[in-house]
Design a binder for this molecule. Structure first.
Ligand code: ATP
Length: 231
């Protein structure tokens, strides 16, 4: 088995995957460097979500390998992959999926409570992340009382509260008004950079690439090199 380059925190090799017979990835390889913000660009249906799910251990590819910090992920059992996702990774969905009964701060604190942090520590860290993401004043409000942009910021706080090694952001601005896109992306990428968090940012919006260090493009489940880009 070939081992990944030393400076890649995450590495996928020749990933192939089909959903119930529909091909989604047709042999994608990529490495992500420590602390890098990598945009995964491509039109709808090009395989971006499938790639992020394979790299984060949510999905085992039909073929190919995934390595995290020089250890294989694709050979781990389900429980070990779930632990990896819970303890080392963060995930941001296109639409914020918050627990409606909990306040913004309680939602943001959840991942820390799941890793065994005390209520007090989790509450304090959640409040700090809400403030960094400009929704500190919403801490006691439940999701129904927030705007969609505020809910997405709370979901981002929840993904970052454990300071994960890698955050996977799947179209994080898809459910927002265009006017909110740049501000949310700037806040997200600034927070990641200041904490040395590696980030994969799936997007079909070419404007997102300006927030990334590098862009890889997918079309029909394969990588293409965007003109002028170094991949
Ligand atoms: N659960 C599923 N069952 C069946 N087909 C699926 C499933 N998930 C994805 N696909 C198909 O796999 C292909 C790649 O989908 P994927 O969601 O990975 O692409 P994407 O680039 O993230 O698209 P989008 O921007 O619309 O989310 C598409 O043809 C899609 O219809």
């Amino acid at each position: 088995m070939e081992t990944p380059p030393d400076n890649d925190v995450l590495w996928g090799r020749s990933l192939r995957h089909a959903h119930e017979g529909s091909p989604a990835l047709l042999g994608v390889s990529l490495g992500v460097r420590d602390g890098e913000i990598l945009a995964v660009a491509g039109p709808r249906g090009s395989g971006k979500t499938t790639l992020l799910r394979c790299l984060s251990g949510q999905l085992v590819p039909d073929e190919g390998e995934v390595w995290f910090n020089s250890a294989p992920v694709h050979t781990l059992r389900r429980a070990a992959r779930e632990r990896l996702r819970r303890e080392r990774f963060g995930w941001i969905d296109p639409s914020p999926r918050l627990v409606p009964e909990l306040t913004a701060r309680e939602n943001a604190a959840l991942p820390l409570l799941l890793t065994g942090a005390s209520h007090r520590a989790a509450r304090q860290a959640a409040q700090e992340w809400l403030e960094r993401l400009d929704v500190g004043e919403c801490a006691r409000t439940r999701p129904a009382g927030l705007t969609q942009a505020q809910r997405q910021r709370v979901a981002i706080a929840r993904a970052l509260v454990t300071v994960p090694e890698v955050v996977f952001a799947d179209e994080p601005t898809a459910a927002l008004h265009r006017a909110d896109h740049a501000q949310v992306l700037r806040t997200l990428t600034t927070a990641a950079r200041s904490h040395g968090i590696t980030m994969l940012l799936a997007t079909h919006d070419s404007g997102v690439a300006e927030f990334a260090d590098r862009t890889v493009a997918l079309v029909d489940g394969r990588r293409t090199a965007p003109e002028g880009a170094l991949c």
